[in-house]
Design a protein around this ligand. Structure first.
Ligand SMILES: [Fe+2]
Length: 219
């Protein structure tokens, strides 16, 4: 880690209330060092003094005490970042097909895809705000979503049945991603995240069923 990375390392420690190598609470080590016992000052500037575009500045964090260990909160929030990335990519993919679908099923599919992307828009807000409640920061850039997501975005305009197949794969993928975080949340006694993921999973799986039914052929 270079000198330029120093303040960022403090950001991460302070955010999660982790302890340093001496076993003491990792309180403010930034300029000033005047944070009180319940307040952590987050270093936000790189060594050259220029703030990163995505970093906030001059923020004092209040210690989080909700009965979930900091390391658990961190692990769950990191997992939710992947769920958020997948859900947002799926939201965009669904808008893509809502706008671009063609064929005799146009009206039905156009309307159905709109229902799906409206639901996904609500979902990403819930997931992002849960990340914040746990002490993390919600990624909110396409670059981050590509980096952290498993759902593959599409730039093509395939036939309607292929669009449905791609959306189906997306919903199944995000179900896998969400289920992975669920186990961590349960183990950490994080009922709120587990409840949110349960509701999310129900919707991902229900939407997957609907999409699958559209392309299944009676024999
Ligand atoms: Fe529309």
């Amino acid at each position: 880690m270079s000198m330029a990375d120093g303040p960022v390392a403090v950001v991460i420690h302070a955010r999660w209330g982790l302890t340093d190598a001496r076993g003491g609470e990792m309180m403010s080590t930034m300029a000033g060092g005047d944070a009180g016992p319940a307040v952590q000052r987050r270093g936000t500037r790189r060594a050259n003094g220029n703030p990163k575009e995505t970093e906030m500045s001059n923020v004092q964090e209040i210690a989080i005490d909700i009965g979930i260990e900091p390391t658990d909160r961190q692990e769950i929030a990191r997992g939710l970042e992947h769920v958020l990335a997948d859900s947002y990519t799926l939201y965009l993919k669904t808008q893509n097909v809502h706008w671009n679908v063609t064929g005799p099923m146009f009206r039905t599919l156009h309307r159905m895809f709109e229902e799906h992307y409206i639901e996904l828009a609500l979902a990403v807000d819930l997931i992002a705000e849960r990340i914040r409640a746990l002490g993390g920061f919600a990624p909110a850039s396409f670059a981050a979503y590509i980096r952290q997501g498993s759902v593959v975005e599409s730039e093509s305009v395939p036939p309607a049945d292929e669009m449905i197949r791609q959306l189906l794969a997306g919903h199944e993928q995000v179900a896998h991603t969400a289920r992975g975080v669920f186990a961590t949340a349960v183990a950490a006694n994080d009922q709120s995240t587990a409840d949110m993921l349960t509701q999310r999973l129900e919707l991902y799986e229900k939407t997957a069923w609907m999409l699958r039914s559209l392309i299944e052929t009676p024999v």
